[in-house]
Design a protein around this ligand. Structure first.
Ligand SMILES: Nc1ncnc2c1ncn2[C@@H]1O[C@H](COP(=O)(O)OP(=O)(O)OP(=O)(O)O)[C@@H](O)[C@H]1O
Ligand SMILES: [Mg+2]
Length: 263
């Protein structure tokens, strides 16, 4: 499965349904594996220690823990913005710690990221920010308008397409960041506090978007403090970080599904 922008996520779908009815967790091979991963910034003590877990392809995961516990740090390792100080990280079955630098962009394109601080491109319009992953993936210009317009409407910004990010509220910028992360239907979606700036109704709506993406096969990892939000996704697993160490409240991370055997 490649990074595909050919079939837009929400084109023609209504809230709560999108595309095929593939059940979550139906494809159970490990897409992410961490083994005894440690992360140290400079000479400080370790921010993450002995982090080991596997994520099943097609799973939905919440990452929780107190402020400063290391959630963003763990996600940075996952979306390849940071290398660990020790341990092994495998993405899509390949060791990404020893991967040659020139191969990193290819891996990064398979991962959609909602950054905690949004990181929209300031000189591009809202529309062009959302269209960016489709253009990077080489989609024809004529094919771009329908999915981008639909995504703009989905996140409630149908009339703000030509605005610059700096003129939007925090919650509006967050919705643009989410639209940009999901539009290319990445294989993994990593979202860092994606509902931290929106009201409860919009948070539910955005979660519906993540669930739609998940039904299409994307593995979802959402860092959040929002406990009510976590209870909304049936079948989601929870990972908890406590001072840089991972606990496994549901037990499923210690005993991940066995990788599928080909043939
Ligand atoms: N680039 C960095 N350099 C040095 N220390 C860092 C860096 N990034 C994070 N830290 C430290 O690592 C620890 C974990 O930070 P991190 O941002 O991962 O926590 P978090 O769980 O995401 O917190 P929050 O809920 O507030 O977003 C903190 O003590 C922080 O100061
Ligand atoms: Mg954080």
């Amino acid at each position: 499965m490649g990074f595909t922008a050919a079939r837009p996520l929400c084109h023609g779908c209504t809230q709560g349904e999108a595309g095929s009815a593939q059940a979550p967790n139906s494809r159970m091979s490990a897409i992410v594996q961490f083994e005894n991963v440690g992360l140290r910034y400079g000479l400080d003590s370790e921010t993450l220690s002995d982090v080991s877990f596997s994520l099943a392809s097609g799973g939905f995961y919440f990452l929780t823990g107190a402020s400063g516990a290391g959630k963003t740090s763990l996600l940075k390792l996952l979306y390849l913005a940071q290398r660990p100080s020790r341990g092994v990280i495998r993405l899509f079955g390949e060791d990404v710690v020893t991967l040659p630098r020139k191969r990193l962009p290819g891996f990064r394109r398979r991962i959609g990221v909602v950054f905690q601080d949004f990181r929209l491109v300031p000189h591009l319009s809202v529309y062009d920010n959302i269209a960016l992953p489709l253009r990077v993936a080489g989609m024809e210009e004529g094919e771009i308008d329908a999915p981008v317009s639909e995504m703009l409407n989905w996140v409630g910004l149908g009339d703000r397409g030509q605005a610059r990010p700096a003129t939007l509220s925090g919650g509006e910028q967050q919705r643009v960041a989410i639209a940009r992360a999901v539009i290319g239907r990445p294989e993994i979606l990593v979202a860092d506090e994606p509902t931290g700036n929106v009201d409860a109704d919009m948070a539910r709506r955005l979660l519906t978007l993540f669930e739609a993406l998940n039904r299409l096969g994307t593995t979802i990892v959402v860092a959040t403090h929002d406990l009510p939000l976590m209870t909304q996704v049936g079948g989601a697993q929870m990972m908890k970080l406590d001072k840089g160490r991972l606990s496994d409240p549901t037990g499923s991370l210690r005993y991940p599904p066995k990788p599928q055997v080909a043939g």
